[in-house]
Design a binder for this molecule. Sequence first.
Ligand SMILES: C[S@@+](CC[C@H](N)C(=O)[O-])C[C@H]1O[C@@H](n2cnc3c(N)ncnc32)[C@H](O)[C@@H]1O
Length: 307
Amino acid sequence: MTDNWPHVPVMLRETLEIMGGRLPDGSPAVFVDATLGAGGHASALLERFPESSLVGLDQDEMARSIAEERLSPYEKRARVRGWNFRDISLLGGEPGWSGADGVLFDLGVSNMQLATPERGFSFQEDGPLDMRMDKSADIKTAAEILESGDARELAAVFREYGEERYAFQIARAIVWRRERGGRIETTSDLTNLIRATLPAPVQRKMGTHPARRVFQALRIAVNSELEALSEGLEGAIEITRSGGVIVVISYHSLEDRIVKRTFLGWAQGKRGRILTRRPMTPSGEETGENRSSRSAKLRAFEINTCS
Ligand SMILES: C[S@@+](CC[C@H](N)C(=O)[O-])C[C@H]1O[C@@H](n2cnc3c(N)ncnc32)[C@H](O)[C@@H]1O
């Protein structure tokens, strides 16, 4: 099944170097992959560090079943949890837990989520406007958010989470459609409405798909992604032992800003040191081979060795 989702882990070489570079040979390191996805980074960590063990979290059931299959050769050393990473500190209460040497967050959605139209994440595939990563969670789908907000509220979502310049025009068009009995239930309903709302010269100048920012905004709102990231980072530092590292790969400026500010706050509070003064970015070779890596930024923090 894994072969159907050719997921290439982003900035893998850099991640392995930072997560394991300073560990003594043969060290029984404990890693936490907070965003297991298809298990790409996780399986590489287990392979590269044969004495290590790993706990992988993912709130998406489909991701977990694919990752479990990929991690099956390392069965004894890998455990998978269906948690939101905002609850990562719960690991600290598990029997036998002695702290992590490395915690990885590789944020956002995976290729397999994007490539599954029924999930509603992609503006390129027609499907229901769902966008919940955890389908069992009691949260609104993207369609329900569009159904319930007024123009001001919707515009705030598009502006704040999508940095969309035409937020209010798009929000007004959605409400106008609703008031005339029209529904926006599918990804195509939404992309068609955005295309019909924005003047053609504006769309040409955008340099990206005209619906990209609104889709990003809705996904962030549906899954409370920014709140989860802030809470997840605070939980991660609680469960990481002295000398351990936290590595975050982010894909847009809203996430990167949270990571940068959190690391700065930790450094000022003398909780450790920032390992990446500027974020690391993928090599030209990697971006050439894997388009989804283009916007990646990697930041890393090392927890105080004497705290
Ligand atoms: C970019 S993918 C990770 C890919 C993975 N590193 C690999 O190499 O296969 C991000 C994954 O994180 C999961 N995810 C995103 N936010 C999450 C959260 N708050 N809690 C748990 N999992 C989350 C998504 O469901 C997705 O599977």
